[in-house]
Design a protein around this ligand. Structure first.
Ligand SMILES: [Zn+2]
Length: 239
């Protein structure tokens, strides 16, 4: 029985490692889509910046055509000045001219400010483009590491499966059946060592008589509290 218990302990270690690797593998596609999302967010920031610049340039061009239209009205008014007959008309055109002058200098000022804003936005887009390149580089590296690790994990998983196959052949079918039953029920640790009368599966006390019997390793014992297969921990670690 001692040898059989030893094999079950090995099988359990294989199972724990197998589950650990499987859960790592299950997280890989999530990690990859997380990295892809990070990169596409960075690309989107650039697109937003470009759209803003387009918007600003459109505004600038529209100011420019306002300015030109205003300028041609201004020139026409200037021409009209020489043809006026009355002082009143003269004064009224002069006022028009002054208004248009003021309006155009306002437009000019706004256009200069727009140019500043465009320049700032262009600098920001170029900063975002550089940032994108470094994010892209880092993500490429992280993905390569993930791919390498995944390959290694898959290889290890196959090796564990093979090891399980060869080791489990040495367990009697009856014991294997019981072991599988407990595995299904406990979904994890099916076999637990007992140290100082305490089952390490559930941390409860084992009755003294059972604890004594455990040390003889002559029959299969189950924890009365968690129903796991139990064995004398001290003895096993010394053997
Ligand atoms: Zn227990």
């Amino acid at each position: 029985m001692r040898e059989q218990i030893g094999i079950l302990v090995q099988l359990q270690e294989i199972e724990i490692e197998t589950n650990r690797i499987k859960s790592v593998l299950a997280g890989v596609s999530g990690k990859i889509s997380g990295l892809d999302a990070e990169l596409s967010d960075a690309a989107q920031e650039i697109e937003k910046g470009k759209a803003l610049i387009d918007e600003l340039r459109k505004k600038y061009r529209s100011s420019e055509s306002d300015y030109q239209a205003n300028l041609s009205s201004y020139n026409k008014s200037q021409e009209r000045l020489s043809a006026v007959k009355t002082n009143k008309e003269y004064q009224s055109i002069l006022k028009e001219i002054d208004d248009m002058k003021a309006k155009n200098s306002g437009i000019e000022e706004a256009m200069l400010k727009d140019l500043d804003v465009i320049e700032t936005a262009e600098k920001e887009v170029s900063r975002l483009k550089n940032e994108f390149l470094s994010i892209e580089e880092r993500i490429k590296g992280e993905k390569n590491i993930l791919i390498d690790e995944t390959e290694k994990d898959k290889t290890n998983l196959a090796a564990l499966e093979e090891k399980w196959g060869s080791i489990s052949k040495n367990v009697s079918p009856e014991l294997m059946r019981k072991f599988n039953m407990v595995r299904e029920r406990t979904r994890g640790i099916a076999i637990a060592p007992v140290f100082d009368s305490i089952c390490s599966g559930c941390n409860m006390n084992i009755p003294p008589q059972m604890y004594n019997e455990l040390q003889r390793f002559d029959s299969l014992k189950f924890c009365p509290h968690c129903q796991r297969i139990i064995y004398w921990g001290k003895e096993t670690s010394m053997s």
